[in-house]
Write a protein that binds this ligand. Structure first.
Ligand SMILES: [Zn+2]
Length: 119
């Protein structure tokens, strides 16, 4: 809340003209025009990207260990079940992420020796 520069009373909004707003002191009637603060830009819809791990051949044990590090939800699955599931599909979707996070996951995955793709 703004204060009157003359008597330190409360400045109250009276009117707006274009980008200017008039505030008037409720105690002494002092008038002050100020530039209206533009509303913050509304963020556009956030585009999430899908991150998938692709298998060029049926995944090896090493690849499965690596995948488990990227996809914690797979960590609890018994190896046999996991292997069966992964061999049925040519790729595994890690999830949908903010672009920055997706880049992070992909570079992590690459260090682990996986082939990842962003969609
Ligand atoms: Zn005043």
């Amino acid at each position: 809340m703004s204060r009157c520069p003359r008597c330190a009373g409360e400045l109250r909004f009276r009117e707006r003209r274009g980008m200017l707003e008039l505030f008037v002191c409720s105690d002494c009637g002092f008038e002050q025009w100020t530039h209206a603060t533009p509303p913050p830009p509304t963020p556009g819809p956030v585009a999430l990207v899908r991150v998938v791990v692709k298998w060029l051949a049926p995944p090896s044990a090493t690849e499965i260990v690596a995948l488990r590090q990227l996809a914690p939800e797979l960590a609890d699955l018994p190896a046999g079940t996991l292997l069966k599931r992964l061999r049925e599909a040519p790729e595994y979707e890690i999830g949908m992420f903010m672009p920055e996070k997706a880049e992070e996951i992909i570079s992590h995955g690459k260090r682990l020796g996986l082939v990842l793709e962003m969609r």
